[in-house]
Design a protein around this ligand. Structure first.
Ligand code: NAD
Length: 482
C-alpha cells in the first residue's frame, strides 16, 4: 500500500490494521482550516493490552533478535528508501496533520528516513568489551535489548520523533508500541507502511492512536512494558515517571524548554535575525528547542529588537501547503493558550513590539509572529513555555548576568551564543545549562548529534549513537576456564 490520503485510519497491531476495541473514532482537524478532514480509530485500554501482548510475543519468540544485525540494517535501509520514494505524498499528509509548511514537512520525511539509515548502519556495530580478570578467567559484555519499548509521541513532529525511537529500538533488537498523538497521528502510519514493506515481523512495531488519559496512561503502566520513551510536556512526563517508578522500568524523558540565545556586544546581527526566523517562527514556534528568549547586551538591545521586528513583519502568513513562513498553530486550544500568555505579558508590563493578538481574519488557528520587548526576568512570559511564535527579549550588562538570565528558568533544553569572539563563545557554552548549545546559529544539527535536556527538560538522549545505549542493558558474562 502506498501512503494515501484516506478518510479513516486504523490502528496497527501484530502486523494487522484494526479498528478500536469500542469502534470509537477520533476526529482529526486541519490546523489551517479548523475543519475535520478524517478520523482515526480510537485505541482503548483493551487495544493497549493487545499491542503490548503482540510486542511481547514477538520479543519472547526472539523474532527481531534472531534477524542478523546486518540483515536488520538492510531492512532498515528499505524503510528509508520507502519513505524517500513516497516523500511527496507523506509530506502532504504531514502538512494536513500538523499545519507546518511543505518545505519543513519534506525535511521531516527526509529526517525520518535518515534515522532508519543511521541506526540501521549501527545495528552491527554495537560492540561489547572483554574485561581482563587474570589467568584462568574470561569476561565479555553484551548489549541486550530490554524487550517491549513503549514510545509516547507529541503532535509537533510526530513522524520524526516516532522514527527516531522505532529505528533505535529495532536496531538494538527491541519491539515497539507507539502511542501516536491524538491531534496529529497520521504521519506515524507512514512508518508502519514502510516497516510492513520491509517485512518487519508481526509485533515488531505496533501503533495506536488514543487519548493520553486513556490509551497513553494504560500503556505507561502496563506490566508488559520494559522501557519507556516519552516526548512531551513536563507535566505529562512527571505523571509517566510515577508510573515508571511502579513498574521499575528505565525512561528517556524528552520534555519542554524555554531556551535563550545570548547576544554579546560583538554579535553579528544577521546571525541573530536568521536564528530568530529559524528558531522561533518556524512551525509557528511549536518546537521544543525553540529560541523563545533572547538575552541581549544593552549596547545592542534596540537595534536587535528593531531588526527582528522588521524581519517578522515581512514574513508571509498562511497555510503550510502554500509554503508560508508563518503557518497555523495546532488547535483552537493552543491558540487560546498562546494568546493568553501574550495578554498576560502585556498586563505584567512587557511591550508587544509586533504581534500579540490572534489573526481572527483567517480561517484556522493563526498567531502572528510576536516579539516582546522590555521583558523582565520575573515575568511569566520569561519563564514558561508558550509553544508559539512568541519571542521575549531581555537585556544584560555583564557576561555573568547574561549566563544567570539564560540559566534562570527550570528548563535546560537548548541555549545559544552570538559572538565573534571564539573564547567568549566557548566560555559561555561551558556555563550554559542546556543539552544543546548553538553558536552563531540555531537548530543546525542532525540525526547524528545527541539531543536531550538538562533540569526539567528531561534526561537521557535521543539521536546520535549515544541514544542506542538507552535501548540496551549491559550483560556481563564471566567464566572460569577449565
Ligand atoms: P503532552 O505532554 O500533552 O502530550 C504528549 C503525548 O503524551 C501525547 O501523545 C499525549 O496523548 C500523551 N499523554 C498525555 N497524557 C498522558 C498520560 N497521562 N499518560 C501517557 N501519555 C499521555 O505534550 P504535547 O502538547 O503533545 O507536546 C508539546 C510538548 O512536548 C511541549 O512541552 C514540547 O516542548 C514537548 N516536546 C519535547 C521534545 C523533545 O525532544 N524534548 C520534542 C517535541 C515536543
Amino acid at each position: 500500500m502506498v501512503m494515501a490520503q484516506k478518510s479513516y485510519w486504523q490502528n496497527y497491531i501484530n502486523g494487522r490494521w484494526a479498528d478500536g476495541g469500542d469502534q470509537g473514532r477520533i476526529p482529526i482537524e486541519n490546523p489551517a482550516t479548523g475543519k475535520t478532514f478524517c478520523e482515526v480509530a480510537e485505541a482503548t485500554v483493551g487495544d493497549v493490552d493487545l499491542a503490548v501482548a503482540a510486542a511481547k510475543c514477538c520479543h519472547v519468540a526472539r523474532a527481531v533478535i534472531k534477524i542478523p544485525p546486518a540483515q536488520r540494517a538492510r531492512m532498515m535501509a528499505q524503510v528509508a528508501d520507502y519513505l524517500r520514494k513516497h516523500l511527496a505524498a507523506i509530506a502532504d499528509i504531514v502538512v494536513l496533520d500538523t499545519g507546518k509548511r511543505i518545505m519543513d514537512a519534506k525535511g521531516e520525511v527526509e529526517m525520518a528516513a535518515r534515522y532508519f539509515e543511521y541506526y540501521g548502519g549501527a545495528a552491527d556495530k554495537l560492540e561489547g568489551v572483554s574485561i581482563p580478570l587474570g589467568d584462568g578467567f574470561m569476561n565479555y559484555t553484551v548489549h541486550s535489548p530490554f524487550g517491549v519499548s513503549a514510545q509516547i509521541v507529541p503532535w509537533n513532529y510526530p513522524l520524526v520523533i516516532a522514527a527516531r525511537s522505532v529505528a533505535a529500538a529495532f536496531a538494538t533488537g527491541n519491539t515497539s508500541v507507539v502511542k501516536s498523538p491524538e491531534l496529529a497521528p497520521l504521519s506515524v502510519y507512514a512508518i508502519v507502511e514502510a516497516c510492513a514493506h520491509a517485512e518487519f515481523p508481526p509485533g515488531a512495531i505496533n501503533v495506536l492512536c488514543g487519548y493520553g488519559h486513556t490509551a497513553g496512561a494504560a500503556l505507561v503502566r502496563h506490566q508488559g512494558v520494559n522501557q519507556l520513551v516519552f516526548t512531551g510536556s513536563v507535566q505529562t512526563g512527571q505523571a509517566i515517571l510515577r508510573s515508571a517508578a511502579e513498574l521499575v522500568v528505565p525512561c528517556v524523558m524528552e520534555l519542554g524548554g524555554k531556551s535563550a540565545g545570548v547576544v554579546f556586544a560583538d554579535a553579528n546581527l544577521d546571525d541573530v535575525v536568521d536564528s530568530a526566523r529559524n528558531g522561533i517562527f518556524r512551525h509557528a514556534g511549536q518546537v521544543c528547542s525553540a529560541m523563545s528568549r533572547l538575552v541581549v547586551h544593552k549596547s545592542r538591545y534596540q537595534e536587535t529588537v528593531d531588526a527582528i521586528v522588521k524581519m517578522a513583519e515581512h514574513l508571509s502568513i498562511g497555510p503550510g501547503r502554500d509554503d508560508h513562513d508563518i503557518t497555523p498553530v495546532m488547535s483552537a486550544g493552543q491558540l487560546d493558550r498562546i494568546e493568553g500568555y501574550c495578554l498576560g505579558a502585556v498586563q505584567q508590563g512587557a511591550i508587544a513590539a509586533t504581534g500579540g493578538r490572534r489573526l481572527a481574519s483567517l480561517d484556522g488557528h493563526f498567531m502572528p509572529p510576536t516579539v516582546f520587548a522590555g521583558v523582565k526576568p520575573h515575568m511569566t512570559i520569561a519563564n514558561e513555555e508558550v509553544f508559539g511564535p512568541v519571542l521575549s527579549v531581555l537585556t544584560f550588562s555583564d557576561p555573568e548576568e547574561a549566563i544567570a538570565l539564560a540559566n534562570g528558568t527550570e528548563y535546560g533544553l537548548a541555549a545559544g551564543v552570538f559572538s565573534r569572539d571564539i573564547n567568549r563563545s566557548h566560555w559561555a557554552a561551558q556555563r550554559l545549562e542546556a543539552g544543546q548549545v548553538y553558536i552563531n546559529q540555531w537548530h543546525v544539527g542532525g540525526v547524528e548529534t545527541p539531543f536531550g535536556g538538562m533540569k526539567k527538560s528531561g534526561f537521557g538522549r535521543e539521536k546520535g549513537q549515544e541514544a542506542l545505549l538507552n535501548y540496551v542493558q549491559t550483560k556481563s558474562v564471566t567464566l572460569r576456564l577449565a
